[in-house]
Ligand binder design. Structure first.
Ligand SMILES: *Cc1c(COP(=O)(O)O)cnc(C)c1O
Length: 402
């Protein structure tokens, strides 16, 4: 196989099934309601907080599990002027879904079909010398100017160029811009510890970013969109706004800094609610082991409820005995192990719950429901991972005006 030939068909991106807004949930094991008005309102709130800076809404990872195209439209309705999607294949999927707004994409390997990206009018990140060389070759092949944002590593220690590589990218970009091969519309970088606002790397990275902008200027570049702030910086650090902020998790109504404040504190509201139906409720004797390995034992006579969601749906197996669920009007925790397709709740001896009743796994802080943040705290991860991992098998139902 000739490895220099770009892959002819970029992989299509897996998406979840979608229920019509007015669909009955009768007979469904589980579903996720996505409140698009919440997303629009959250973006509008972030835009207010960002002052004069524009908002680039980050919708990578199938919009953090909320669904790429509907979220893109809701974010634009809320005032976002740019979209950010890490993986090139997903950015192309957004175009295929009819999203025409500016889209920045930054994760693609050597040999990726950048001609297709340029024809799709995607903005490409140049974060390494090879990337800029391949972007330029693709722009010449297509016969148009590639719009690019140079990505500097100011101390995250992940993507982007630093030191000699960055100097090379800046000089090469200036030459290519003079030839009309690229338009250096932007320069960006990403924080390592913005969720710890007092961390010394925050100011250090900001200072480095300012120095990079001066280097770019000296190289002859005049980028119009300089951007550095993720959600945590947008919410806690007005001095890092530059021309545009780049929030992700906060547009979904989740706090990147739960120790500082939850969504309500920042004027945001959670967009995802995950509901399931009990599919079996039965009386149990005291001392009964529950689920694989009997990691839970009933304390007295009780009633057990079976929830038809498991780790195949993204319910973390680590949430055994700790994951929070609202059932029968009360906050319960998963009883015993989470299995591939199901887990059990100990409903208590007085429960009146019956098979078919709804239980809420993920909802809103303000409504007293368990939240993605509660699940994250229970298994020592971040709310990002909880919503993003929700499986494609859980159908999404879009609510709201968008
Ligand atoms: C994911 C990501 C963001 C958004 O981060 P949040 O913490 O979700 O706001 C911004 N910029 C880059 C480069 C990212 O990878």
């Amino acid at each position: 196989m000739d490895t220099s030939t770009p892959h002819p068909a970029l992989p299509s991106v897996a998406t979840s099934s979608v229920l019509p807004t007015d669909a009955s949930t009768r007979g469904l094991s589980a579903w996720a309601d996505i409140d698009l008005d919440a997303i629009s309102d959250n973006v509008a709130q972030l835009a207010r907080l960002a002052g004069d800076a524009d908002v680039m809404a980050v919708i990578k990872g199938d919009a953090y599990g909320h669904g790429l195209a509907p979220v893109a439209r809701a974010a634009l309705a809320g005032g976002a002027t740019y979209l950010a999607i890490a993986q090139l294949s997903e950015a192309l999927a957004a175009r295929a879904a009819g999203i025409t707004a500016p889209v920045l994409t930054w994760l693609f390997p050597p040999g990726a079909d950048l001609s297709a990206a340029i024809r799709a009018d995607l903005t490409l990140s140049a974060g390494a010398p090879w990337a800029l060389t391949e972007i330029a070759a693709a722009a010449r092949e297509v016969g148009s100017t590639a719009r690019i944002h140079i990505k500097a590593d100011t101390g995250l220690g992940r993507g982007g160029a630093w030191a000699d590589d960055l100097a090379e990218v800046l000089l090469h970009a200036a030459r290519l811009e003079a030839e009309g091969v690229v338009d250096v519309e932007g320069i960006f970088s990403h924080f390592a510890c913005a969720d710890a606002p007092g961390h010394p790397t925050v100011q250090a990275q900001q200072d480095t970013f300012v120095a990079v902008l001066a280097d770019a200027q000296r190289a002859g570049l005049r980028p119009r969109l300089r951007h550095l702030s993720n959600s945590a910086a947008t919410l806690t650090n007005p001095s890092a706004r530059f021309d545009m902020v780049r929030p992700g998790v906060s547009i979904y109504g989740l706090s990147p800094v739960p120790d500082i404040g939850g969504p309500t504190h920042f004027g945001l509201r959670e967009a995802m609610r995950v509901t399931a139906r009990l599919i079996n409720v039965k009386a149990s004797a005291a001392g009964q082991g529950v689920s694989y390995g009997h990691q839970y034992t009933t304390k007295g006579e009780t009633r057990l409820g079976l929830v038809p969601l498991g780790y195949a749906d993204g319910i973390p197996r680590h949430a055994g005995n700790v994951g929070p669920v609202l059932a029968d009007g009360r906050r319960l925790t998963v009883a015993g192990r989470v299995c591939m397709d199901q887990f059990v709740l100990d409903l208590g001896p007085d429960s009146t719950a019956v098979a078919g009743d709804e239980v809420v796994l993920i909802g809103r802080e303000a409504d007293g429901e368990p939240t993605a943040q509660d699940w994250a705290a229970a298994i020592d991860t971040i709310n990002y991972e909880i919503v993003t991992r929700l499986g494609a098998r859980v159908p999404r139902r879009y609510l709201g005006a968008c």
